[in-house]
Structure formats: C-alpha cells, structure tokens
Write a protein that binds this ligand. Structure first.
Ligand SMILES: Cc1cc2nc3c(=O)[nH]c(=O)nc-3n(C[C@H](O)[C@H](O)[C@H](O)COP(=O)(O)OP(=O)(O)OC[C@H]3O[C@@H](n4cnc5c(N)ncnc54)[C@H](O)[C@@H]3O)c2cc1C
Length: 280
C-alpha cells in the first residue's frame, strides 16, 4: 500500500519545528529517520495532514557528555551513537544493545529519539532508558521540560509527549563506577524486533533488570543481594507479574520462559563480569 496524501515541510531548526507543531497540533507528525513512521503511513495506520521533517535541522544533531549524562540530539542516528568512540566507556549497556536494533541500514536512518518516541514495547533503546533511569527532553513554543523514562513511556506506541512537543534530546546516565551492564534478546531472525529483550545492571550487590517485549512497555525490577536459586525464583515471579499475552510472535508461556532464561543469562553475565574484576 501507499500512504494517503500529506503535505511535507522540511525544517532547518527546532524553533521552526515547534512553531509548525503549534500550528497543526494533532494533524502533524514529526518524521526523523522514517524507519517506523513510513511503514505506519504505508499501512495507513496514521494519516497526518502534514509531515515535518527534522532530519536536516542544524541544532539537533550530536552527542555531548554533560556531567554524569550523555545527551543525544534528536537527529542523531542509532548508527552515529553505535560508532561514537566513547560509547563503550560511557554507555556500555548501549554498546551491547545497539547491534540488536534492526539492520545497519535501518540504524543508518533511524534515530535514538525516534525509537523512544515510537515506544514499541520490544525496542532496545526504551528498555535501556528505563533501566538507566534516563530522561527525554521535550520542547514546545513555550520552553522545554525533561521527563523521566518511567513517566515518558506510557504504553504501546504511547508516550507522555504532547502533540505540540518535539523531543530534542535523549539523556542516558553515564555508567556508574563499579557497575556492570549486559543486554541480551531473543528474536526469530536477525534484524527482527525482539520477542523478549533484557537489559541488566549490577552495582554493589543490587541487581536491576528491564524487560522489553512482554508488558505494554519495558518494565524494571530491582533486587538486593540475589544469589543461587533465589535468582530463578525472583525471575519467575517477575515473568508472571509482567502479564504477557499470546500474539503471532510467541505465546504468553513462551515469553515467561524467555524472561526466566534470558534473565538468568543476563544476571550470570553480570556476576561473571564482577568476579572477573575482583580477581584482577
Ligand atoms: C526492517 C526494520 C527492522 C527494525 N527493527 C527494529 C528493532 O529490532 N528494534 C527497534 O527498536 N527498532 C527497529 N526498527 C525501527 C527503527 O529502530 C526506527 O528507527 C525507530 O523505531 C524510529 O526511529 P526513526 O528516527 O526512524 O523515527 P520515525 O520513523 O521518523 O518516527 C517514529 C515516530 O516517532 C515520532 N518522532 C520521531 N522523532 C521525533 C522527535 N524528535 N520528536 C517527536 N516525535 C518524534 C514520529 O512522529 C513517529 O510517530 C526497525 C525498522 C525496520 C524498518
């Protein structure tokens, strides 16, 4: 199918974009990389009157370390971030998750902020934002506001962003001293969306994991000093609490099994990294 007709405006600054968003409201859609929006348009799941293309804006690109956070501008692609020289040292979790996002062709176009705004429950970047307790900065004509991941990601393809707001940056906290991070996922074919994806971190004795692909948005759990069979019990409880359902990709039972299995894999990986450091 082809998309319904729409007007197309390419803007050069974020100010121009928010002026247009104020004018058109819910009749407008921002297009960044188009990797999720174009399929939605082609399937006629969305019918905006106007597309506002931010890909060429001069003030939204770039990755900046500010204090204890990495700020990622709205037109920064997933490939830009994946090839950033400081990624492994500052955001090891993202270094491990980015190769699982689609294909290199989609990562060349798809933006980090676009993935967060699209809010697919099985996407890697929203799960990482939830795990790290990151934020999204939104801008409208009146100013900007920062929204915590937990408040931003509301449900399936639903965020706290209002129609007149543009996401201008994603903010991921820098890796904590002594913390270890890991990401893994199960997908049917390379490049497919994850059926279940799990991001995890351990700091001191605290284990924290975020699970994507089961509930309506990535969900996080945190435990103190989890060892041995207590890990399996905790993951089993979490798997049931997520209340996954059957769909064409997997049954609810398969998803629960993936949470138990991949969760254990991530936590074992975190322990191995920690023990390796202690033995150095
Ligand atoms: C074959 C294929 C495989 C894929 N596999 C995966 C995968 O495994 N994991 C995964 O996470 N994703 C996957 N994707 C999706 C891809 O990661 C997209 O890049 C991403 O979801 C959206 O980013 P985008 O920049 O393309 O946004 P767009 O498609 O341009 O926009 C997506 C939505 O976000 C809104 N939006 C975008 N940027 C902003 C902004 N700055 N402010 C306000 N609203 C904004 C748009 O209005 C639209 O509603 C896949 C895509 C394809 C085509």
């Amino acid at each position: 199918m082809k998309p319904p007709p729409f007007d197309y405006i390419r803007v050069e600054t974020s100010d121009e974009a928010v002026d247009l968003l104020a004018e058109y409201g819910d009749e407008a859609k921002i297009i960044a990389g188009g990797q999720s929006l174009m399929p939605m348009l082609n399937m006629r799941l969305v019918r905006p009157q106007v597309l506002i293309d931010i890909a060429q804006t001069s003030d939204l690109r770039g990755i900046i370390k500010k204090g204890k956070a990495i700020e990622i501008g709205a037109t920064t692609t997933q490939a830009d971030l994946g090839s950033w020289s400081d990624l492994s040292s500052t955001l090891p979790l993202l270094a491990s998750a980015i190769p699982s996002i689609g294909h290199f062709q989609t990562r060349n176009r798809g933006t980090v902020c676009g993935s967060l705004c699209h809010a697919d429950p099985s996407s890697e970047l929203p799960a990482c934002l939830m795990l790290l307790d990151g934020e999204v900065e939104l801008k409208n004509k009146k100013g900007t506001r920062r929204v915590k991941a937990d408040d931003f990601l509301i449900g399936v393809l639903t965020t706290a962003k209002q129609d007149e707001e543009l996401a201008i940056k994603a903010i991921y906290p820098v890796a904590q001293d002594g913390a270890k991070y890991a990401f893994t996922e199960f997908h049917h074919r390379h490049g497919d969306f994850a059926v279940v994806g799990i991001a995890g971190m351990v700091v001191d004795n605290k284990i924290r994991i975020a699970v994507g692909g089961v509930a309506d948005r990535p969900e996080v759990r945190e435990w103190q000093s989890l060892e041995g069979s207590a890990i399996d019990d905790a993951l089993n409880d979490f798997a049931w609490e997520l209340r996954g359902s059957d769909d064409i990709h997997a049954t609810a039972q398969h998803r629960r099994e993936l949470v138990r299995h991949l969760g254990r894999q991530v936590i074992d990986n975190l322990h191995v990294q920690k023990n390796h450091e202690l033995s150095q």
